[in-house]
Design a protein around this ligand. Sequence first.
Ligand code: ATP
Ligand code: MG
Length: 346
Amino acid sequence: MPKVVVLAGDGIGPEVTAAAVEVLREVAPDVTLEEHLIGGVAVDAHGSPFPDVTRDAVLGADAVLLGTVGGPKWDGNPRPLRPETGLLALRKAMGCFANLRPVRVLPGLEKLSPLKEEVARGVDILIVRELLGGIYFDGDRRIEGDTAYNTMRYTRSEVERVSRVAFWAAEQRRGRVTSVDKANVLEVSELWRGTVQDLRDREYRSVKLNHEYVDSVAMLIVKDPARYDVIVTENLFGDILSDLAAVIPGSLGVMPSASLGDGPGLFEPIHGSAPDIAGQGVANPAAAILSVAMLLRHGLKRPDTANRVESAVAQAMRGNATRDLGGTATTTQFTRAVLEGLGQPA
Ligand code: ATP
Ligand code: MG
């Protein structure tokens, strides 16, 4: 029996995670769920934002479902006792090197997108961002007087392992990968581009691969997003492009994510703990429920069940959406609608 560790966290985390867990129980009753603490609630209970019992549990799980961490209560804490420190430690402990963010405008919600409705309709992108390498992590970093250094460094094997995730995902989707780099200027990008192309030619010949420069992608993702299926890129470029793309669906409340590595994957909404609405029962649980869909697809390899969950969410959204999307549904009402939709054909 697969084991899923649930870390609800702080703020709206427990509200949206409870909704997501209800859906998971409904579609995968054989899965064992185990709840643990992370973030501010873990600081309060154990004096650490990522306690050892939580670490042991996630490393022994098949997948981890995370809510959100942080809140004003812990903002003044010293760094080791901040909720966000626990989140970084969790990601590091799990060794997740590929961050996946689907960007889609759900049918019927085109009006909420800052893009023109006819452009928004065509958006269905999966951004795969390298998460453990590049300029954010290389050890060669320092300030020397008036000069500062950071180094962008990648090895062939680091590029290969994240590219594999992108090719694998493309095979389940429309079969196209766009690798994003700055190969006209950067040596790292030259290695990146060659490595991705070699891997495609060796092992993924059914996937169509093209290479584009990051500056051009930043423009085209807004002007003509329909041209993209899977985008794979390094850490810094991916950080910027995925936040740029995050505004396309019109609300943070609908954006899930997956972080994958050699061990269990980590699945979480991209939004934060939203202290302004926490405890009111009005948070949109869609991002958390769609994170369950990603968990089913990538963590438990159950793509059909994942599709069922995604259809039920889209259907519920076309009914009465939550406040952030201009509707009046509470968290509970919206979750009820998703659960009802699961029983119906898409
Ligand atoms: P963090 O620093 O933790 O990432 P943030 O400053 O990016 O947090 P969020 O917590 O994501 O901010 O919230 C940004 C805004 O979006 C807030 O007004 C919040 O209420 C709203 N919001 C975020 N998630 C949801 C949700 N699931 N449902 C409804 N509103 C949401
Ligand atoms: Mg944020």
